[in-house]
Design a protein. Structure first.
Length: 166
């Protein structure tokens, strides 16, 4: 089974597993001077990646909700735009999507729902690929790992999961 996990952000982490083998672990940043150009590039990359690897299931980290000024609001708009594109693209390709809370996947992957980005990167380097340097890519591995465990236990029945950071 081929699964992909994504940590959607300005720089998006991506991990693809074919069974237990990590076949891709990378980060992607869409080029562009405005949201439309960035969204267009992201959509082409995202759909191309799903096609290239024959991805059967996708998991994305739920966007965090944060308050802040105009800069934070602009970032949130872009983040939710990337989420919408990921959901629409996967749906259009008949690929189920699971959204997972950051604390939920971190607890399953690292054993600690409050693990840091450094903890996640260290675990990915130890278990899968010691050359990984991107926090975004490492976090995507954790998201994909979570999806793999849910599928292995036949516990994926919804398109969204909400969890706390316990």
């Amino acid at each position: 089974m081929i699964v992909a996990g994504f940590d959607l952000a300005t720089t998006t982490g991506c991990a693809v597993f074919d069974g237990d083998s990590l076949v891709r672990c990378s980060a992607f940043r869409s080029e562009g001077d405005n949201d439309a150009e960035i969204f267009h590039g992201f959509r082409a990359w995202f759909r191309g990646l799903l096609n290239h690897y024959g991805v059967e299931y996708v998991a994305i980290e739920q966007p965090l909700i944060s308050s802040g000024g105009p800069t934070m609001f602009r970032t949130l708009l872009r983040l939710y735009g990337l989420r919408a594109i990921a959901l629409q693209s996967a749906q259009g390709m008949s690929i189920p999507v699971l959204e997972v809370n950051q604390g939920t996947w971190r607890k399953k992957f690292t054993g600690n729902g409050r693990a840091t980005k450094d903890d996640t990167l260290a675990l990915v380097r130890e278990k899968y690929d010691d050359s990984v340097k991107s926090f975004d890519a490492a976090e995507a591995v954790g998201v994909a790992f979570y999806l793999k465990t849910k599928l292995a236990t036949n516990r994926v029945s919804e398109t969204s999961e909400v969890g706390d950071a316990a």
